[in-house]
Design a protein around this ligand. Structure first.
Ligand SMILES: [Fe+2]
Length: 278
């Protein structure tokens, strides 16, 4: 008689419930670095401290790498070529704003390993060895770097040039990151940068959709991630949250455990600045 061995769910789908070890979604507005006189210094200091907070936690958790998932404001990716997902594989990591550089240690070996996993998971990411990253990386890393001892792995999401990846696709990309870390026993943090509602370069600059900010924060507090990742491209455009595609990656990497537990939201007048930990 043949014996049938039924694999446990874990064996059948290894890494299915995986979660990374640290997850943040943070703002990256240039003003957070420039500190204009009209913005409250105490509120800006709270954001700066939030960046240092994830750097300290990454050290305490002895993470192998901190994936910084951000975007490109048409500095590197525009008319020539616009990849949906780009993994930076060079070293060191260099992010620049106003001729100031934030330089961080890289882990190109882990970046290559992640690309292999993504390719085996039906994603076809681009990769770049010499991209100088823009302020979406620079602003958090500039302030975090005073305490950051963990290597950084940048990932660039196409948030701005239509057609962009869907929120659901970004969430699935994050799930693939969690599975990669689980299968390889890596200790990984993910910091997504972007948002919340803002309309840069438009006549709505001073009128962000604050109600939409509160609605999204409510979903995150309730752990209702589905509401967020079901937002369409048109809805993201309407509420000024195209950059939240990076958050969808981070929340996918966090998986079922994603629930907001630290929040510094402040309305700056043109964009709600937030340091969110999940
Ligand atoms: Fe931005």
């Amino acid at each position: 008689m043949a014996t049938t061995v039924h694999p446990t769910p874990h064996e059948a789908h290894p890494g299915e419930g995986a979660s990374v070890d640290l997850t943040y979604c943070v703002s990256h507005a240039p003003q957070i670095f420039l500190q204009p006189a009209e913005e409250d210094p105490a509120e800006l200091a709270t954001v700066h401290e939030g960046y240092r907070r994830f750097a300290r936690q990454a050290k305490e958790l002895e993470l192998d790498a901190l994936l910084v998932v951000a975007l490109d404001h048409l500095h590197n990716h525009f008319l020539d070529l616009v990849p949906m997902f780009t993994v930076f594989t060079g070293t060191p990591v260099v992010a620049r704003m106003n001729a100031v550089d934030a330089i961080c240690e890289a882990r190109p070996d882990l970046a290559d390993s992640l690309i292999d996993h993504l390719l085996a998971s039906d994603f076809d990411p681009a990769f770049s060895q010499r991209e100088v990253l823009d302020h979406s990386f620079f602003v958090p890393l500039h302030f975090a770097s005073t305490e950051l001892e963990t290597p950084v792995m940048p990932i660039v999401i196409n948030a701005y040039v239509p057609p962009q990846p869907s929120m659901r696709r970004c969430y699935a990309f994050g799930r693939a990151i969690a599975k990669w870390s689980h299968l390889n026993d890596y200790r990984i943090g993910v910091v997504a940068t972007g948002g919340m509602s803002h309309y840069p370069g438009t006549d709505r600059f001073h009128h962000p959709d604050l109600a939409a900010d509160q609605e999204v924060l409510g979903w995150l507090k309730a752990g209702d991630i589905d509401r967020l990742i079901n937002l369409s491209a048109a809805e993201l455009d309407r509420i000024g949250m195209v950059e939240l595609r990076t958050w969808a990656v981070a929340l996918g990497a966090r998986g079922g455990a994603a629930r907001l537990r630290y929040n510094t939201y402040w309305d700056s007048g043109h964009c709600g600045y937030a340091i969110l930990e999940f």
